[in-house]
Design a protein around this ligand. Structure first.
Ligand SMILES: C[S@@+](CC[C@H](N)C(=O)[O-])C[C@H]1O[C@@H](n2cnc3c(N)ncnc32)[C@H](O)[C@@H]1O
Length: 406
């Protein structure tokens, strides 16, 4: 990747100096050497993260398929659709959205001309704000073979942005943008962009950073509060991750959360909305307990939206240590999952009991243990009909027990 980025840098410089298109053509010819082909034929990039470990930008099961399955399918299409594409990368999620929009509004795309999107009489309108921090990743999106026709519209926007920001000189992409599609591309840290975006505006938010251990700054409660400000009350936020601190952070910020589509991973992603009616599939009871009752549910925090990823990870580690056995159950051996259950394995039982006893809970079936999980019990008056509120109520029950202990 470092080599590819230095080739891109060189191409930028040469195009600027010579005003010749040959450097871009040359790079397009060699780019496949630096990419991974995924199972649906679309390409992805392996990017270097912390500790020099690499992370692919998309699942190997199919990069463009993942966009359709995880981000587009859960979205509700309507006549005027506003979408925020966070971490737009190579532009796959936006291309998939445009393709689906064009299909739904019966736009004609003449692929034989490759660049001709004909406008139709449709009144529908699509507005997308894309945010990507790296001009080099944008450049990869410009040079990569397009996985679907509509990607050429995104390439046009990327080229315009790279020219506007002084990286490129030549207008080579000829794809016209259909009249009823409005595309903005911001090349900066989305933590900066988010403060300038309109309130109560987006019907959909795609949240597609690298994994939470690599990019926790885009999974913090504080960033989610900003997303809460810009999303409409009935808007839908989609993300591929099923991470417990991420779901916990969304809930702390005020979102309802549920399980999103499964594609290329063992678990489904996450759907969040301020409106309960948009959540089709609740979290599993075990997942709810781990979020509500264990230190694993401590979310990422970044109060002023300016901490480094290392600092955010470090702060969370400290908060977890303090919470463990103090005001949260230890997440070791998934202690909360055993509340209300018998444990046959003696070794496991001993470990679970040790964790429970630290918060003065005598056994998995004690009065306190049953009280903790009562919001999940349909026969109990404490029962709550959705994951977010069950999680909040279980946590509040835990804090009641903790106070009694003091
Ligand atoms: C998993 S990839 C996204 C793939 C992308 N959605 C696509 O369709 O190709 C994650 C992207 O997040 C970008 N990124 C990381 N931190 C960011 C930040 N603070 N603001 C905006 N983009 C960021 C990375 O440069 C990378 O391109």
């Amino acid at each position: 990747m470092d080599e590819l980025f230095s080739l891109i840098k060189n191409c930028f410089l040469k195009e600027f100096e010579t005003k010749s298109s040959e450097y871009r053509h040359e790079l397009s010819e060699h780019i496949l050497n630096y990419l991974d082909k995924t199972e649906d034929g679309s390409f992805t990039l392996n990017v270097k993260g912390i500790n020099d470990t690499y992370q692919r930008m998309h699942t190997i099961k199919g990069a463009i398929s993942e966009s359709f399955e995880k981000f587009i399918n859960p979205l509700e299409f309507k006549d005027n659709l506003n979408v925020l594409d966070i971490c737009s990368g190579l532009g796959y999620n936006t291309s998939a959205l445009i393709q689906e929009f064009l299909n739904k509004t019966e736009h004609n795309f003449d692929s034989s001309l490759n660049t001709n999107f004909k406008d139709n009489e449709s009144e529908s309108r699509l507005h997308i704000d894309m945010v990507e921090i790296s001009p080099y990743i944008l450049a990869v999106g410009l040079f990569i073979p397009s996985p679907i026709d509509s990607h050429s519209i995104v390439q046009k926007i990327i080229e315009s942005k790279l020219i506007e920001d002084g990286f490129l000189k030549l207008n080579l992409k000829k794809t016209p943008i259909p009249k009823n599609i409005e595309l903005n591309l911001f090349c900066e840290d989305v933590r900066t962009t988010i403060k300038r975006l309109p309130s109560n505006y987006y019907d959909g938010i795609f949240l597609d950073p690298f994994s939470p251990d690599l990019c926790p700054e885009l999974f913090t409660v504080d960033f989610f509060k900003q997303l809460k400000n810009v999303i409409k009350d009935d808007g839908i936020l989609t993300s591929y991750t099923s991470s417990i601190p991420v779901r916990s952070g969304l809930i702390e910020a005020g979102f309802h959360v549920g399980i999103g589509p499964i594609f290329g991973r063992k678990r489904g992603g996450t759907i969040a909305s301020l409106s309960l009616s948009k959540i089709e599939k609740d979290l599993s009871p075990d997942n709810e307990r781990l979020i509500a009752l264990s230190d694993l549910g401590i979310p990422f925090r970044d109060a002023n939206l300016n901490l480094t990823s290392d600092k955010i990870l470090d702060n969370r580690k400290k908060e977890r240590l303090n919470a463990r056995s103090n005001y949260k159950l230890s997440s070791t051996v998934k202690t909360p999952v055993f509340l209300g259950k018998d444990i046959e394995d003696e070794k496991l039982k001993k470990r679970v009991l040790k964790n429970l006893n630290q918060l003065n809970i005598s056994s998995t079936s004690s009065k306190e243990a049953i009280f903790l999980i009562s919001p999940q019990n349909k026969n109990n008056e404490d029962f709550t009909n959705n994951s977010r509120d069950r999680i909040r109520k279980m946590n509040s029950n835990l804090q009641t027990i903790v106070k009694m202990k003091k």
